[in-house]
Design a protein around this ligand. Structure first.
Ligand SMILES: [Zn+2]
Ligand SMILES: [Zn+2]
Length: 183
């Protein structure tokens, strides 16, 4: 979905007029700052637009979730989205002194709600994405997800300075062959 046009013709002429809307929208998956954002379920968008005279005031509440990838264990996890925002809408004006630089633009009698949602939604994406506060990550030696199981590397590899590189590699190979993977 790229466009979600909302027509405001019915409230443009009367100061104080308002209208509400409620839609479920399916956002497309994107890569954001090198990491995937996936939307497996539609997000719920509830909003209200009021004509304040000079501008239109938009209030929106968003509920849903986005699937992120944990930077520590690389597993995918659901991050809840539950936030609201306020935005102003105005027609682009050729008169600079009259222009509301923070306002989103109204084109004719409509605007694209999706652009505005994306702008605020991306602010809600955590910078450091971790599946849980105490994610143990993956073992750097054997790749085991340490949230799900423990591995033997801690004692046998890391803490044993006598192991040679070859022996460490052998341990790694043993581990993967147990899992049925080629190294
Ligand atoms: Zn994790
Ligand atoms: Zn390990």
């Amino acid at each position: 979905m790229k466009l979600l046009k909302i027509n405001v013709e019915d409230i443009l002429k009367e100061t104080g007029a308002s209208k509400g809307f409620c839609v479920d929208i399916t956002l497309k998956d994107i890569n954001w700052q090198g990491e995937p954002l996936q939307f497996r379920t539609p997000i719920k968008v509830e909003g209200n637009i009021t004509n304040t005279g000079n501008i239109l005031l938009l209030n929106v509440a968003i509920r849903g979730s986005v699937t992120l990838q944990c930077v520590l264990c690389l597993e995918q996890y659901e991050h809840n989205l539950d936030f609201s925002f306020e935005a102003r809408l105005a027609r682009a004006s050729s008169d600079i002194s009259n222009m509301d630089v923070d306002a989103f633009s109204l084109e004719g009698n409509e605007f694209n709600l999706l652009d505005i949602i994306w702008e605020f939604l991306l602010l809600e994406i955590p910078i450091r994405k971790t599946c849980q506060e105490n994610c143990k990550g993956i073992c750097p030696e054997c790749g085991t997800n340490l949230n799900k199981q423990t591995c033997k590397c801690k004692n046998s590899v890391e803490d044993d300075p006598d192991l040679t590189l070859d022996e460490r590699l052998q341990l790694l190979k043993d581990h993967f062959s147990k899992q049925g993977k080629e190294v």
